[in-house]
Design a protein around this ligand. Sequence first.
Ligand code: ASP
Ligand code: MG
Length: 410
Amino acid sequence: MALFVQKYGGTSVADAERIQNVARRVAARHRAGDKLVVVVSAMGKTTDQLLELVSQVSDQPEARELDVLLSTGEMVTKTLVAMALHSLGVEAVSLTGAQAGLRTDTAHGRARILGVETARIERELERGRVVIVAGFQGISEEMEVTTMGRGASDITPVALAAALDAKQCEIYTDVDGVYSADPRIEPNARKLSDITYEEMLEFSSVGAGVLHPRASELGMVYNIPIIVASSFKDEPGTIIHGGVSMEQFNRVRGIAHDSQVAKVTVRGVPDRPGIAAGIFEPLAEHRISVDTIVQNASVERLTDLTFTLAAGELQAATPIVQELANKIGAAEVVADDDLGKVSIVGTGIQSAPGYASRMFRALSDAGINVEMISTSEIRITCIIRRADVENAVRALHAAFELEKADVAEL
Ligand code: ASP
Ligand code: MG
């Protein structure tokens, strides 16, 4: 009997009817002979609602209390799914993250998994039970409840799949897979049958939002095949795995975009060792993650330093950068929060020339100005005006002929 770990996201368990739908799907797989561990998110917008309640009673909630509160969202769901399974005559038991053995560090709100003690889950599986686990949470060495960050219930099933040596991890959500571009923007976008961990990481870090990047990362490290599919349909989704199939050879796989980008330029920065570290260390300490960084060649020992970040973090970042600019005697700090980014992603990019020029040509033909460029081995990203993002996605989707079925380009 093979073991599978499934996960159902918030939309898929948003009300009683949907919970029953999940229970029916789980029951069918259980009856077909699969061993199942099922991870669930909080119902619908529960986590947002809990945070809204918090804001009404406190400006600065204690991290410990906040984590206990937020962990209850997933606990409600896992219990209801177990009860719905019982009504269908399926033996099931629901566990909190702590009961499921998810050990984390003590970083409340952004905890990292240190290990999984699988004994309890294994015992329940041996008894023939379906095990339902509350996602997003664990327990620290100090026996405190911890949560792993917004959207982090994706991490739980991959960690459990790795620890339990499951055959595969299945993430069920409200989209039916990973697409060559956002189908709401590009109607010709196609569902990809498979994608590599690296490509998925690039997609999620530039805003595709289907899977938490830490889930792709964990899948890659432990080589767990991850399927992303719809909980509402009975269709194959996208498989994320380590193999490179023939069809993705030498191709751009998709266009990722993010419409919420800001940039900060520090002008007239003295060009001497330690300045970049001096600016980026305090940002890192405030957990502000900086993306593309460009430093111009210096003129008369002065340079400009520009970096991008999520538009939502600009407010927090500006005073920090301003203070540092004053300290190092930089001329001024200029912020621009009206930007977006668009990327082409594909393993093939690293082995073939010509992708960058084709990208820039397509953007320029669409009348779109490129403000900054950054690359990884398998991605090229252009920072553009926010108003141009949707046009850019469509122009690039067409330029790389992504509407065509995946075929081997040998
Ligand atoms: N309930 C948590 C959130 O809304 C975790 C998750 O659903 O992934 O962020
Ligand atoms: Mg989610």
